[in-house]
Design a protein around this ligand. Structure first.
Ligand code: PLP
Length: 441
């Protein structure tokens, strides 16, 4: 029938007992069949997303239970959570959330402008500003929303602003830049030479904004922040850095890669999340008081939405204080990353070399990627979500391994053993170290 005709059914009674159905075709889109055809195509490509229903346990993390397709409850180990420091399970953070919820209630009940700004919002914004060495910070309901709103607001309001964006930037950055229809130039990933070439194509007096990430979560690469900041200065460009995967982990107090590289002063706007290493929920930007006041005053995605619950702000604040005061937890996290990579090296498991905490095993094919992830879950109790298009370009499908502060040596050994068995078809007898068993203990 195609997409342009819709089958309609008419019910006609032609006697007291009998019914006649009349069918006819009318022009117009059959919405349901159009959408289901697109879903079928996605399934055939191997990129359709199946969600695993994780029964998350603060006590047993990274172990969890799930129910398989036969309805059996099974145990598995989570190897793909962004709860890097396991702060979502931290007793002090949980207590703070409970305590403030009892005092302030669950939701904030309003936008920031209409009764939704509490002392907890303001305290958290002060903490964030100080952490990033900026004059001010502004909370959003997620870093996605912070990216879209800030970039669009700047694009729409600074006449002739040209965006310079790394080709590997996150979907929220792309969405933000697309939404305001300004001129944009895409530079090759982390390629400072190419960025400079593009900067030279734009007249000196045109306003410019360079947008990039500090840690690219799907490749694990870290950006040359210092070199980009120097270029920005030379070409009088503003700079915007998404530190979503850097915040909480890098730098002396965990403020991110900019702190580690002593570049906090040379970057104009920092974007961060409270949902990954901080382990709670929400996003933010930190910048000069003027930039923050501008986004607060003109940013639709900030103005017209209910603010974060007060208890979430208080819990995030507690989590950040804990991270600032306990560099032990960050050191332990990176020791875990190094140990994971050492065990992989000892067992011939190939992964992409990078300087971050994200370990990538290339699969380069969506269907293979999904099959290997399924086998890991079903046969070995290892949960690794396959990373397929559009999260990564076609051909760069991968298993993205995230170790957290709560993974133990037995978890690492079990992961390496299972990967080796599935990827290389090798047997237990080849194993160098003890194969630990994944159990929800
Ligand atoms: C680089 C990057 N920026 C922004 C976001 C959005 O963050 P949030 O989950 O806080 O909305 C994500 C992922 O979730 C991300 O990976």
């Amino acid at each position: 029938m195609g997409d342009n005709f819709v089958k309609k059914k008419l019910l006609v009674y032609y006697s007291s007992r009998e019914i006649l159905y009349l069918y006819w075709l009318i022009p117009g889109m059959d919405y349901q069949s159009f959408l289901s055809q697109r879903l079928q195509q996605l399934k055939h490509s191997g990129a359709y997303r199946y969600f695993l229903e994780v029964n998350k346990s603060a006590q047993h993390f990274p172990n969890f239970y799930y129910t398989d397709e036969e309805g059996q409850q099974r145990a598995a180990v989570n190897w793909c959570s962004n709860d890097y420091l396991s702060m979502s399970t931290n007793e002090e953070v949980i207590s703070k959330l409970g305590f403030v919820t009892h005092r302030s209630g669950t939701g904030s009940g309003g936008t920031r402008n209409i009764s939704g700004t509490t002392n907890h919002h303001k305290e958290l914004e002060r903490t964030l500003a100080a952490w990033h060495s900026k004059e001010a910070a502004l909370l959003f309901n997620g870093a996605y929303q912070a990216n879209v709103t800030t970039l669009q607001t700047l694009g729409k309001n600074i006449p002739g602003l040209v965006f310079f964006s790394d080709e590997r930037n996150h979907a929220s950055i792309i969405e933000g830049i697309r939404g305001c229809k300004n001129e944009k130039k895409i530079f090759k990933h982390n390629d400072v030479g190419h960025l400079e070439e593009l900067l030279q194509t734009v007249p000196c007096d045109k306003p410019k904004l360079i947008v990039f990430e500090s840690v690219y979560s799907m490749s694990g690469t870290i950006s040359p922040v210092k070199a980009i900041a120097a270029l920005a200065k030379r070409y009088n460009a503003l700079t915007y850095v998404d530190e979503v995967h850097g915040v909480g982990l890098y730098g002396e107090t965990g403020a991110g890669v900019l702190e580690q590289e002593h570049q906090q002063d040379s970057i104009d706007i920092v974007n961060g999340t409270l949902s990954k290493a901080v382990g709670v929920f929400g996003g933010y930007i930190a910048a000069s008081a003027t930039v923050v006041d501008f986004i607060r005053s003109f940013g639709s995605g900030f103005i017209f939405t209910t603010s974060l619950p007060p208890a979430i702000c208080a819990a995030a604040n507690r989590s950040i204080q804990f991270i600032q005061q306990n560099d032990k937890v960050r050191k332990h996290f990176f020791e875990n990353v190094n140990q994971l990579r050492a065990v992989f090296n000892n067992n011939g498991i190939n992964f992409r070399q990078n300087d971050s905490h994200i370990t990538i095993i290339p699969m380069e094919d969506a269907i293979r990627c999904r099959q290997i992830a399924s086998q890991l879950l079903e046969k070995h109790g290892i949960y690794l979500q396959p990373i397929n298009y559009p999260t990564v370009p076609v051909g760069e499908e991968c298993l993205r391994i995230i170790i957290t502060a709560r993974h133990l040596p037995k978890h690492i050994n079990h992961l390496a053993y299972s990967l080796k068995k599935i990827l290389h078809g090798e047997h237990k007898t080849d194993w160098q170290e003890f194969p630990a068993v994944a159990i929800a203990d």
